[in-house]
Design a protein around this ligand. Structure first.
Ligand SMILES: *[C@@H]1O[C@H](CO)[C@@H](O)[C@H](O)[C@H]1NC(C)=O
Ligand SMILES: *[C@@H]1O[C@H](CO)[C@@H](O)[C@H](O)[C@H]1NC(C)=O
Ligand SMILES: *[C@@H]1O[C@H](CO)[C@@H](O)[C@H](O)[C@H]1NC(C)=O
Ligand SMILES: *[C@@H]1O[C@H](CO)[C@@H](O)[C@H](O)[C@H]1NC(C)=O
Ligand SMILES: *[C@@H]1O[C@H](CO)[C@@H](O)[C@H](O)[C@H]1NC(C)=O
Ligand SMILES: *[C@@H]1O[C@H](CO)[C@@H](O)[C@H](O)[C@H]1NC(C)=O
Ligand SMILES: *[C@@H]1O[C@H](CO)[C@@H](O)[C@H](O)[C@H]1NC(C)=O
Ligand SMILES: *[C@@H]1O[C@H](CO)[C@@H](O)[C@H](O)[C@H]1NC(C)=O
Length: 863
């Protein structure tokens, strides 16, 4: 699309203006066990209980210990004991239901006739496989002689059975473990899934087990569990081992006391030490232009990864100074991220969540940031403060990965040199080597790639040791398949089975293929989050819009259901109507009325379409407002659209506006509630700042977005235009500022000059201003907005008539005085009026009564 519009799907994107909330977290369960020990062991103030007491938790196994543990161990006193199991051994723990960390410590040592190299085992936790065919010695080095694994499980039953199951004629062991409650909202279920056009996707986290692969303090030092946020006890490592290539940017930090957590971000999200340090690109515009900061994280293939990025602008203070893109696995994950624009303050923290499916190719997750090519930001730069990478269990309930190839040999049989022997750390080692290697980034990059390629070729040439499990994790199609079948589970195999029968017409896939010339790319009307929209012809040539969902998108599935459910219940002249749907062969297709004039946006800017007159614009806004008002009030439980924008307002051949795209809609609060609490979704530039801050959704969020639409209609420019000077980037801010100074006309669409009545314009500006109030409570209801827009239209039309009668008449002086107590300016006044309208769900009735009341009230000639 032209016009440089940026639509960022926003997830947990937290903007803040409010006071600091230092949310302390106290875990309900805090079970720390020193396995095979008969005494309690205290490390760094935390007591690991002996499991050897009369009330032993363990079933099976023998106590083992080593008198001289390695001096390189972090916690030697804890690691020198272990419990060894020659058959399945379990720990059964009673827990408070909820999400818990499960942290396992393994320090392999030989004990009596147990050979250090002889242990090979699986670890399961309830129904989840945490480790399988796990060989601890293949993960250790003399510098780092122990293995640590961290998981997070939602224990719903209140019982956790941790089982250590040795392979035949082998043994299992464990030195210590922790089972600690964690904040339920630490990792949310929504993330922007890569390769899905940035759609926000529900990952199924509540029912999944997670392995915490990395907690990285970018540009900073390691943070010990004691120094993580209160009660959360993560270990954060510096990013030095993961930053790629010679151009590693620069690191910097500020005192931790300067870091501010807005009310929406609990302090336990990440410690201030993580936010207080960052890596940026450096000061050279020319160099920065030509590279990305790149981190490479070894991961296991066959899993979905949740990637959380922590941001906090430490060094700059204005928007449009540092605007950057985020890439994951060479795909764009986010564009034009401006931390200050998102947090509104320097030193305020925020984070963003992404998800990526690692199904094939290299077992390295690439994370890159670099200046947004299209932006006009003051500097060409990017910033990152922290990263967390979590692995979600596969559909088989497993989290296990491959052991590293133990010995890598060159094709000629000689031992490989230079590369580390652990695939888990080898890429990092290659990378780190490259990082310190020199200045010739390109050469090193090539060398790095070459090494990676060689390594994978080598490992492929050598058959894995017999105990290595085959890589049987699902490939992408399997994943897709199972995702869909998961979703099927609740119903009877139909996406829409729960919806009811009155869903409009059912189309067969063949019918729709026929209607769209087999989904001919030439017939594409638009591409949205859900999928592509095609123009089609059914039956006798009735034109329709055919929206074909992407069957691999779980988000799509949810939206499909939402949209069918909502649209089948709603009928309104100003809502796009659903003709029918098709669900066949995993296809999700919706068929709508064809809206020949397309989205409103195309009539405002970026196309060759003739400009709309002021009257047409007003009528379109009124139509859209009417549709939204019906959504908010017409249904038994109001519906919040959540994605009001000029591309979601469509025009039919008569330029009648209809609101479309209910995919993100939520039913509104019930009478007892005042809001719906939800992760932030919507489009950048249209998002209600209060919704940002509090994640509480009300109808007033739609009113805010509609205010942005009004400004867009008036000024004929995108909601966000990053190519403009800083203060003009965001239309809501820019237009509001002009409106407050009575200068709105100066930025309005030049095509409108001279053709719109100043009073009408004034009314319109006032209305938009009211909609854009920071606090939802200060914004009018949609009914009031509608009323005021109708008023603005009346002013315009009467102006025309009056001008016809006598073009020299001063319109203002002709207005009866009763007209002036600006109905908008006093909300209570307006409410009285709009109640009199009795806006019902019946559109025609509504129109009739509304205009009847209206003409009496505001038509000067009627008095
Ligand atoms: C270990 O600590 C637990 C609780 O902290 C206590 O009940 C138990 O008596 C202690 N055991 C020993 C052997 O000191
Ligand atoms: C031990 O656990 C494994 C799964 O981890 C299971 O397959 C096996 O049947 C169990 N063996 C016994 C004797 O319970
Ligand atoms: C265990 O294996 C390593 C590497 O294969 C070897 O160096 C070491 O001597 C073995 N240890 C024992 C006790 O067999
Ligand atoms: C744990 O699972 C339950 C039941 O599926 C769910 O209601 C809850 O939200 C989950 N908790 C977390 C923190 O995911
Ligand atoms: C925690 O942080 C403080 C101050 O930043 C530091 O002095 C202390 O050594 C840290 N503790 C650990 C265990 O790293
Ligand atoms: C990303 O691109 C680089 C360079 O083209 C390549 O080496 C790397 O393998 C790619 N990464 C992924 C995950 O595709
Ligand atoms: C940054 O990385 C992305 C994704 O890998 C790539 O498309 C882009 O060209 C890179 N930018 C530069 C300047 O190398
Ligand atoms: C993880 O496993 C559970 C239970 O086996 C399953 O319901 C869930 O969908 C799995 N998660 C993912 C992301 O596949």
């Amino acid at each position: 699309m032209t016009g440089g519009r940026i639509c960022l799907p926003l997830l947990l994107l937290l903007v803040l203006f409010a006071a600091i909330a230092l949310a302390q977290y106290t875990p309900q369960d805090n079970i720390l066990i020193s396995c095979g020990s008969s005494t309690n062991v205290t490390v760094e103030g935390r007591v690991f209980m002996a499991d050897n007491t009369p009330n032993t938790l363990a079933s099976g196994g023998v106590s083992a210990s080593i008198s001289q543990p390695s001096p390189n161990l972090l916690y030697p006193t804890l690691m020198q004991q272990a419990r060894f199991f020659t058959s399945n051994g379990t720990y059964t723990l009673k827990l408070t239901p909820g999400r818990h960390w499960v942290r396992l410590y393994f320090y392999p040592f030989s004990f009596t006739n147990y050979d250090i190299n002889g242990s090979l085992f699986s670890v399961t936790a309830n129904q989840f496989v945490l480790l399988s065919e796990f060989q601890p010695t293949s993960w250790t080095t003399s510098a780092n002689p122990s293995v640590f694994r961290e998981y997070s499980l939602n224990v719903t039953s209140g019982t956790l059975v941790l089982s250590f199951d040795p392979a035949p004629s082998s043994y299992a062991f464990i030195n210590a473990f922790e089972v600690v409650s964690m904040p339920s909202d630490l990792y949310s279920d929504d993330a922007s899934l890569l390769g899905q056009g940035g759609d926000v996707t529900t990952l199924g986290l509540p029912d999944s087990a997670i392995q915490a692969m990395y907690h990285i303090n970018v540009g900073g030092v390691s943070v010990s569990p004691q120094n993580d946020s209160t009660g959360v006890w993560r270990t954060w490592e510096p990013d030095d081992g993961y930053i790629f290539a010679a151009a590693t940017g620069t690191t910097g930090s500020v005192p931790v006391t300067e870091i501010v957590y807005p009310t929406t971000v609990p302090e336990y999200i990440a410690p201030s030490t993580v936010y207080a340090s960052a890596r940026t690109m450096g000061s050279s515009t020319t160099i920065n232009q030509n590279f990305n900061l790149t981190w490479i994280f070894p991961v296991d293939l066959g899993y979905t990864y949740f990637v959380r990025m922590h941001f906090c602008e430490l060094f700059l203070s204005a928007i449009n100074q540092r605007v950057f893109n985020i890439y994951i696995n060479n795909q764009t994950a986010d564009t034009a991220v401006d931390v200050i624009a998102l947090t509104a303050h320097p030193d305020y923290v925020m984070y963003r969540d992404y998800a990526v499916v690692m199904s094939k190719g290299s077992n390295a997750l690439w994370l890159q940031i670099g200046p947004a090519p299209a932006s006009t930001s003051q500097y060409r730069d990017a910033i990152l403060n922290g990263v967390e990478i979590l692995k979600l269990n596969n559909t088989g309930g497993s989290l296990s990965g491959l052991n590293p190839a133990v010995a890598i040999t060159n094709p000629d049989g000689s031992p490989a040199t230079g590369t580390a022997s652990k695939s888990g750390s080898s890429s990092a080692a290659v990378v780190a080597g490259a990082a310190v290697g020199g200045v010739v980034a390109v050469a090193l990059l090539i060398a790095g790639i070459w090494l990676c390629c060689c390594r994978s070729k080598k490992s492929a040439k050598h058959p894995p040791p017999a105990w290595l499990p085959l890589p049987l994790h699902g490939n992408s199609s399997e994943t897709t398949q199972s995702k869909i079948s998961t979703s099927h589970k609740s119903g009877t195999g139909s996406y829409v089975s729960s919806v009811g029968s009155n869903l409009g017409r059912y189309f067969t896939f063949a019918e729709l293929q026929d209607a769209t010339n087999n989904f001919d790319e030439c017939l594409i009307l638009g591409v949205g989050g859900f999928g592509k929209v095609y123009k089609g012809e059914i039956d006798d040539g009735t034109k329709v819009a055919v929206k074909r969902g992407n069957p691999t998108s779980e988000q799509g599935l949810t939206e499909f259901q939402t949209e069918i459910e909502l649209l089948s219940k709603l009928r309104h002249r100003h809502l796009v109507s659903l003709i029918g749907y098709c669900e066949e062969n995993c296809e999700m297709i919706l068929v709508y009325d064809y809206m020949s004039q397309g989205p409103l946006r195309g009539h405002l800017y970026g196309t060759d379409l003739p400009p709309l007159s002021w009257k047409q614009r007003l009528e379109i806004c009124i139509g859209a407002a009417r549709g939204l008002h019906y959504l908010h009030t017409g249904a038994a439980q109001g519906i919040i659209h959540r994605d009001v924008k000029t591309t979601n307002i469509l025009l039919d051949e008569n330029l009648v506006a209809k609101v479309a795209d209910f995919g993100l809609s939520k039913t509104g609060p019930t009478l007892e509630q005042t809001h719906v609490s939800t992760a932030v979704k919507g489009s950048f530039g249209y998002l209600d700042p209060e919704y940002f801050r509090r994640q509480q959704l009300t109808e007033k969020s739609d009113v805010y977005s509609f205010g942005v639409v009004l400004m867009e209609v008036l000024c004929a420019r995108p909601a966000i235009n990053p190519t403009l000077p800083r203060e003009q980037v965001n239309i809501a801010e820019w237009a509001l500022q002009k409106q407050k100074h009575g200068l709105l006309e100066t930025i309005m669409d030049p095509c409108l000059h001279g053709s719109c009545n100043p009073e009408s314009l004034q009314k319109f500006g006032d209305t938009a201003e009211k909609c854009l109030q920071d606090q939802g409570i200060d914004r009018p209801a949609m009914g009031d907005v509608l009323w005021n827009l109708e008023y603005a239209l009346q002013l315009q039309e009467n102006a025309g008539q009056l001008n016809l009668m006598d073009s020299s008449t001063n319109l203002v002086s002709l207005m009866p005085h009763a007209m002036s107590p600006h109905p908008v300016d006093d909300a209570s006044n307006v409410t009285g009026v709009s109640e009199a309208h009795s806006f019902g769900s019946d559109d025609d009735l509504e129109d009739a009564s509304a205009s009847a009341v209206f003409s009496q009230l505001v038509n000067p000639q009627g008095r």
